[in-house]
Design a protein around this ligand. Structure first.
Ligand code: C5P
Length: 398
C-alpha cells in the first residue's frame, strides 16, 4: 500500500519511542522509504543503531555532522517527503510545532515540510487532557496536521487513561488512509445525530438510554477525514469531539429535532445515529417531585421522529438511519427504511455479541432498497468506514 512513498519518521523523547522500531519496520514492509529524524532526547529512549538498521539509512539528529561539517538539510528532507510522521509526539514537540520553535532538526523539518504531516501523541493522561495540549492539538488539526489519537490504557507511569500512543498497526493504517486519501467528500455537508437524548421529569430526574454515541462519533470523524463538513448534533456522551467536526450539543429529543431540521436546510446528507427518546414526560415539574407511599404515574407523550421528518424533505439527498432490534430484526429494519424514506439502514441486533451499546465493536447488516449485506464483527471505526464508503458512493452517483 505504501510502495514508493517517502516517509520521514520523527521520533521524540517519549517512552513510547520503543514502538517506533516496530512502526518503522511495518512502514518499510508496506513498501515505504523511511528516513528517521530523532530529537536529541529521543536517543535516550531508542538507539540510533536500531532505527538506522530498521530504516536502512543513517538516522538524523543534528543540524550538521561536527566531524566533517556535513549539513543535514531539513529543506531537502521536507521536499523529499510524502509524509512527515511524528510518532511518538510529546506535549513539548506539539507545543513547539504550534508556536514555530525551531530548535532541533525535527522541528526545522516540520517547518520546511510541504508534505502531509501526522502526529501520534504519547504522554501521561493529565498532560494529554491538559487544556494547553488539547488546544495545541486543535490548532494543529485546524492547520491540516492529522492527529492519530492516542489510546486509553495503562501508561508508563502506572496510571490508567488516555495518552498511550496508538499501536504501530493502527498508525500504519491511518498513514495509508491519509496518503491514499482523495478527500472525495470535499465540499459536501453532512449532519450526524449521535448519543442519547435526556428527557427531564423534574430538575433532578430524567429518562434516557444506554447509547454512548461512539458509532455516530466514528461516522462523523470518518466523514470529516474524507473532506466533508460535518455538523455533529450530539446528545449526552463522554466523547471528545472528533477533529475537524463542528459539534452542536443538545439535551432533549425536541432540541435535537430543532437543531437537525435547522442544519438539514443546507446539508447534502444526514446520518441518524442518535438514540432519540420515543416518549418524553408530558409535563416537566419545576420542583423536585416528592415521593409518597403511593405509586407514581408519569404521563408520557410522543416525541417527533427526526429521521422521518428529514426523510420527508430529502429530495435527492442521502439519508441513513440505524435500527437497534431485539427480535424480527430485518423485518423491523426494512419497515423503518421505507417509513423514514432512508437510502439505507444499518441494523444492529442486541442478540449479537459485541454489537450495539457501549462497546468499541459492532456487527451490522446494511439494508438498502435492493440489497442486504451482513458484515462481520468489526471495530466501530471500521464499521464507520463501511458506512461512509456507501454514503460516498451514493453521494457521488446522485
Ligand atoms: O423508529 P426507531 O427509533 O427504531 O428508528 C431508529 C432510527 O430513527 C435511528 O436512525 C434514529 O436515530 C432515528 N430516530 C430519529 N428520531 C426519533 C426516533 C428515531 O431520528 N425520534
Amino acid at each position: 500500500m505504501l510502495t514508493g512513498k517517502h516517509i520521514i519518521l520523527g521520533i521524540t523523547g517519549s517512552i513510547a519511542a520503543y514502538k517506533a522500531a516496530m512502526l518503522c519496520r511495518l512502514l518499510v514492509k508496506e513498501g515505504a522509504e523511511v528516513r528517521v529524524v530523532m530529537t536529541p532526547l529521543a536517543k535516550q529512549f531508542i538507539t540510533p543503531l536500531t532505527m538506522a538498521t530498521l530504516s536502512k539509512h543513517p538516522i538524523l539528529v543534528e543540524f550538521f555532522n561536527p566531524e566533517n561539517g556535513e549539513w543535514n538539510s531539513h529543506v531537502s528532507l521536507g521536499e523529499w517527503a510524502d509524509m512527515l510522521l511524528i510518532a511518538p509526539a510529546t506535549a513539548n514537540t506539539l507545543a513547539k510545532m504550534v508556536t514555530g520553535v525551531a530548535d532541533n532538526l525535527l522541528l526545522t523539518t516540520y517547518l520546511s515540510a510541504r508534505s502531509k504531516v501526522a502526529v501520534a501523541p504519547a504522554m501521561d493522561l493529565d498532560m494529554y487532557a491538559h487544556v494547553t495540549t488539547q488546544q495545541n492539538l486543535r490548532t494543529l488539526a485546524e492547520r491540516g496536521v492529522a492527529i492519530i489519537e492516542p489510546e486509553a490504557g495503562e501508561l508508563a507511569s502506572g496510571l490508567v487513561g488516555k495518552g498511550r500512543m496508538a499501536e504501530p498497526e493502527e498508525i500504519v493504517r491511518q498513514v495509508e488512509a491519509l496518503l491514499c486519501d482523495k478527500k472525495r467528500l470535499a465540499g459536501k455537508r453532512y449532519i450526524v445525530t449521535a448519543g442519547a437524548t435526556i428527557e427531564p421529569i423534574d430538575p433532578v430526574r430524567y429518562i434516557t438510554n444506554h447509547s454512548t454515541g461512539k458509532m455516530g462519533y466514528a461516522i462523523a470523524e470518518e466523514l470529516a477525514r474524507r473532506g466533508a463538513e460535518v455538523k455533529l448534533i450530539s446528545g449526552r456522551t463522554n466523547l471528545d469531539t472528533p477533529y475537524g467536526v463542528e459539534r452542536v450539543d443538545v439535551l432533549t429529543a425536541e432540541d435535537m429535532y430543532n437543531a437537525a431540521v435547522e442544519c438539514w436546510a443546507d446539508a447534502d446528507g444526514g446520518v441518524m445515529c442518535a438514540a432519540v427518546a420515543d416518549y418524553t414526560p408530558a409535563h416537566v415539574a419545576d420542583h423536585k417531585l416528592k415521593k409518597s407511599d403511593d405509586d407514581m404515574h408519569i404521563e408520557l407523550c410522543r416525541t417527533k421522529d427526526i429521521a422521518k421528518e428529514l426523510g420527508a424533505t430529502k429530495e435527492s439527498r442521502v439519508l441513513v438511519g440505524f435500527a437497534l432490534e431485539t427480535d424480527n430484526e430485518e423485518f423491523h429494519a426494512e419497515g423503518k427504511l421505507q417509513r423514514k424514506n432512508l437510502d439505507f439502514i444499518v441494523l444492529n441486533s442486541l442478540r449479537d455479541k459485541g454489537a450495539g451499546f457501549r462497546g468499541d465493536t459492532n456487527k451490522v447488516t446494511i439494508i438498502d432498497h435492493s440489497t442486504k449485506v451482513e458484515h462481520p464483527l468489526m471495530s466501530k471505526h471500521d464499521t464507520a468506514k463501511v458506512i461512509v464508503d456507501k454514503i460516498e458512493s451514493i453521494t457521488l452517483n446522485k
